[in-house]
Structure formats: C-alpha cells, structure tokens
Design a protein around this ligand. Structure first.
Ligand code: DPM
Length: 331
C-alpha cells in the first residue's frame, strides 16, 4: 500500500481476539459477531477462544442457589483483564448490570424476538399453555418464568432443568417434563424455531432484561476496539436494553430473580417515547407487582430507575428481600 507521501507504509496487521462460551448457542452467536466484524473490516485478523464458565460446569445445582452474579461471564472477563482477549460475546441477559472494574459494555446488537416460548412434549401437541392438564411439569430454572406462570396457572408444577438448550430438549423428548419454557431467540438462532409451540403473551409472562440481544464486552477506554465493534451496535435495541438494565440495577437484581420486563417505542420510528413495563413476583406467584413508565428514549436510564422506584413503592423491595434470604447459599 502506498501512503499519500508516496512512501511505502508498513502494513499494520490488525487483530481482534474474541472470548466466548463454548455451548452451541454461544458459538452460533460468536460466529455471527465474527462474520459481521469481518465484513466491516476485511483486513482484520479475528480469532475465537472458546471456554467453559462456572455456569456450564455446575449442572447439578439450581441456578438460583448458586447465587453468584456473573456465572456465565467471569472466565471470559478474566481473559480480557489479562489481555488474552479483546472482546467477549454474551447473551445480554447473562451479563450482570454491574461489570468488573476495567471492563465495559461496548455495544448491543439488534435484538431478536425477546419473548419466551413454550415447547411441549409431543403428547401435548394439541394443547396450549392455558390448556395443559392439571399437574403438568414445566422444566425451567428461571425464577422469573416460574413465578409468573404460577401466578396465572396455579395448576402447573415446576421442576428445575439445567444444561444447554439442546440438552434440555433431549430431556423433554425423553419424557422428563411435559413442557419447557425457553427464549424464542435462542431456539431461532440454533435453527430450532420449529420447536416453538407458542410464543408466550407478555400479559402472562414478561421476558428477562436484555433477552434476545447480544452484549459485547470490552476493556474500558479501549478506543481501537470500541471503534471496530461500533458497527454492531443497534441503537433502538440499545436504548431499550439500557432502560431495562437500569431497572434491574436499581432493584439490585442479579441474573436469577423473578423480575421481568417489556419495552417498546411509542412511535414506530424508534424515536421519542420509550415505554417500559416491569414486574416483580413472589416465588409462590401470589404477589405480582407490575407497572409501566414512559419517558424520552434519549434518557433510557431515567425510565428504568423511575420504574424501579415505582415498583418499590408498591412493595417490590420486600418481595426481593424475602427471596434473597431464601435462596442465598448457606454461608
Ligand atoms: C438467565 C436466565 C436463563 C438464562 C434466567 C431467566 C434461563 C434459565 C432457565 C439470566 N440466563 O431468563 O429468567 O430457563 O432455566 C439463557 C438462555 C439464553 C441466554 C436460554 C433461555 C438464550 C436467549 C437470549 C439462560 N441465556 O432462556 O432459553 O439470548 O436471550
């Protein structure tokens, strides 16, 4: 390459190292990020290092009982902190709202459908969530899914299920459960969209904060990396997710709390007003507090914080304290 001065400039071999979990879903997501970055920066040399996290290894304990924030992210973050990786690709809903010193949420990608999906054992294919027989066993380890479904369908039973999406589907098909609740986005990305029996109405169950979007984490102030990954940012998704994350942060919820959200722009052009709905429920499903706040999309954090205060005023803090006391691992 010839520089404007006519002198041959040395070719700078730019590279970017990505840390990822190694589940099938994580790899699909990471490959998507790599391909998008490669297309935007054809000369960039991109490598992927895949690893297991604590959350992938501890499979015999209910998620909520492990009680650790950053269960699926810590090992990836360590790689960036010791300069063995430049970015980490996460399902945004697995990324805690407070990140370790020195790291930041660099960008947020375009969200897929954030809804939860019902997946049924084939013996129930004529049923819907509302008509599943008395005592049907729902496989989930999400306190959010459990509390909301118990609230609306007290005749259902719940059993913890761990492992990645494919393992869960195998357990369902093997007869361990009558149905599963999974994120529609994960099934779609894995090419398993045909297993979605029904999308769950947000009137019944609100999704997790950040569900369906990817969060790219990087070192704070790493401007070269931030500039490269900026092409991945989807502004409307980011505004919604920043409001959702501010709501969760204000309620001091980790990744395992019965907290759900829904966000939308008041106008179809993704400007102006952002409407955020949130809920906190007790684990027996008996108490469920839900409300909405809207405000200017340009200041998403204020919307999330206002909603958290509004739910606290209605007793959400009390519910969360009871849950933290009940599920906290024994000291
Ligand atoms: C978190 C939860 C779950 C995952 C808790 C929740 C689901 C656990 C379960 C924070 N992370 O949603 O209330 O149901 O037992 C996870 C999935 C995805 C990201 C799988 C899923 C894929 C979808 C996405 C696990 N993390 O929820 O079906 O990108 O949002």
């Amino acid at each position: 390459m010839t520089s404007p001065t006519g002198v041959n400039a040395p070719t700078i071999q730019a590279s970017l190292r990505i840390a990822s979990r190694r589940s099938q879903l994580a790899m699909v997501q990471t490959h998507w990020v790599r391909d998008a970055l490669q297309q935007a920066h054809p000369g960039l040399e991109i490598s992927i290092e895949a690893m297991a996290t604590q959350g992938d290894k501890i499979l015999d304990v209910a998620l909520a009982k492990i009680g650790d924030k950053g269960l699926f992210t810590k090992e990836l973050e360590a790689q960036m902190l010791v300069d063995r990786a430049d970015i980490a690709v996460h399902s945004l809903k697995d990324l805690p709202t407070n990140l370790p010193d020195g790291l930041m949420l660099g960008c947020i990608t375009k969200r897929e459908d954030p809804a939860d999906a019902l997946v049924v054992h084939q013996r129930h294919r004529e049923h819907t969530l509302a008509t599943l027989p008395e005592g049907s066993v729902v496989g989930t380890s999400s306190l959010r899914r459990l509390a909301q479904l118990r609230h609306h369908y007290p005749h259902l039973r719940f059993k913890d299920v761990r492992g990645n999406v494919i393992t869960r589907l195998e357990k369902l098909d093997g007869g361990d459960f009558d149905c599963l609740i999974l994120a529609a986005a994960g099934l779609q990305r894995l090419g398993l969209g045909d297993r979605i029996h029904e999308l769950i109405d947000p009137e019944i169950s609100l999704h997790a904060v950040g569900q369906g979007a990817l969060g790219i984490e990087c070192r704070q102030g790493d401007t070269a990396v931030l500039e490269r990954i900026a092409v991945l940012e989807h502004r409307p998704t980011a505004l919604r997710c920043h409001a959702e994350r501010a709501f969760l942060r204000q309620l001091e919820g980790g990744c395992q709390v019965p907290i759900g959200v829904n966000s939308r722009f008041a106008e179809p052009d993704a400007s102006g007003e952002l409407v955020l709905t949130g809920m906190v429920a007790s684990l027996d499903g008996l108490r469920l507090i839900r409300d909405s706040v809207s405000g200017p999309a340009a200041d998403p954090e204020s919307i999330g914080e206002a909603l958290a205060h509004r739910l606290r005023d209605q007793g959400a803090g009390q519910i969360l304290e009871e849950i933290f006391a009940a599920v906290r691992p024994e000291a």
